[in-house]
Design a binder for this molecule. Sequence first.
Ligand code: FAD
Length: 468
Amino acid sequence: MNTLHWFREDLRLLDNPAVTFAAQSGPVTFVFIFPEGLGSASYWWLHHSLVSLSSSLKERGAQLVLRTGDPVSVLTDLVEETDAQLVTWNRVYSTSGIDQGKRVKSLLEEKQVSNRSFNGQLLIEPTEVVNKQGTPFKVFTPFWRHCLTKLTPRPIQPIPEFVSGSNAIESEDIKSWALRPESPNWASRFDDHWNPGETGAHIKWADFLDRKIRFYELGRDIPSEDNTSLLSPHLAFGEMGPNQLLFDIHQGIAEQSIDQSWGDKFLSEIGWREFSRYLIVHFPSMLEDPFNSKFDCFPWGNNHELLEAWQRGQTGYPVVDAGMRELWNTGYMHNRVRMIAASFLTKHCLLHWRLGAEWFWDTLLDADVANNTCSWQWVAGCGVDASPYFRIFNPILQGEKFDGDGVYVRKWLPELSTLPNKYIHSPWTAPDQVLASAGITLGLDYPKPIVDHKDARTLALSAYQSIK
Ligand SMILES: Cc1cc2nc3c(=O)[nH]c(=O)nc-3n(C[C@H](O)[C@H](O)[C@H](O)COP(=O)(O)OP(=O)(O)OC[C@H]3O[C@@H](n4cnc5c(N)ncnc54)[C@H](O)[C@@H]3O)c2cc1C
């Protein structure tokens, strides 16, 4: 039976349930449809990921057809062009992804074309997890505890042998999609850090299992150290699925190459990824509105100079600025620093979490609608199981705690590189002589703080009082 596989957020051939099913059904044509609304950094990643996928398919005698348009009309055309009797895809667990899937399904049913969709994106189908009252979980720990009772890894499905459909199907040229920035090419340094595509994902994962996982539990909060998996963009584009992670961790524990506690800690972070998707499936209004409706009338400020200083890494608080510059240079920011930077924007600058989420969406290579929205709401205090609003991170103490010797700050803020450790997280407290011998004129080489920590904290708390 001629089959069409519609690639979405599953840009891989290994352990891809829909591709495996398609391959068993008959000659397969593979299509990817231009996704509207990604951030600029994600488009850079997408370009490379599609080039990689396309070359894996080519090695197997198949082509990746690229098309632009509404999936319903693109797939209608392609079903006719390929004479497909079956269309397969992996489900995308987001509001627009679910809506697209439903529209495509009803079109295919109308045309009496078979279709099969699979879960290749999550460990557990969000609708299958409810609490004893039959309603969705709203707290992470019981959610994850419940999931763990149901989780068994599926054996990894190898890259299937398949017969390719016709290679004469018209495809758009990826160059015409212009996914990469040109002038200026702000992504020029991304190549030093990333290798998008399925092979790159497996290299990162193998390195994590061989070398980093033992340091993960204790070291994942230290931004100057390389202790986390760096898999997030690969997972966001589905170049590797979470079943692979679960399977390998279980196997490592069984073979005693991985300690149970290392595996549990890492999997609990994958649990947060599951929880975020689960939440936006059950509470889709979270994508726009605060989960905690008390925050509907929170008196957010609108000082765009503060927003710009934050975006450029010019707040005068070194750990925040280092994070924002890491983001600009690499398309990534360490999780601990994401929390500090997000807290600074929403509490010290009193700016709406959506402004921060939009900037992250545009600049992160791992931009993921669920992880990004839920994390921003969590930090801002208005999300599900959120950190309470009144717990305001002190960026100086956070810097001293997680980057005590200033290695991370010095890496991204070379202008502070010779400042002694004592002042590295609060340069404005350094005596003039110390600043002079470090070659720093505050306000010239590095900004003075854009807000005073104590005043900002007081203002944030009184804003919170107004909605309590
Ligand atoms: C304000 C803010 C915005 C964020 N935006 C995103 C985003 O757009 N995309 C994104 O993937 N992550 C986001 N995160 C979560 C987290 O920072 C990243 O997933 C993590 O830093 C990625 O690095 P890693 O792959 O080395 O993570 P590891 O520590 O190795 O974790 C492995 C995987 O678990 C998942 N994960 C880890 N922490 C979290 C978390 N807190 N919530 C959900 N999933 C998690 C990710 O898929 C990650 O790749 C955000 C966090 C904050 C505080």
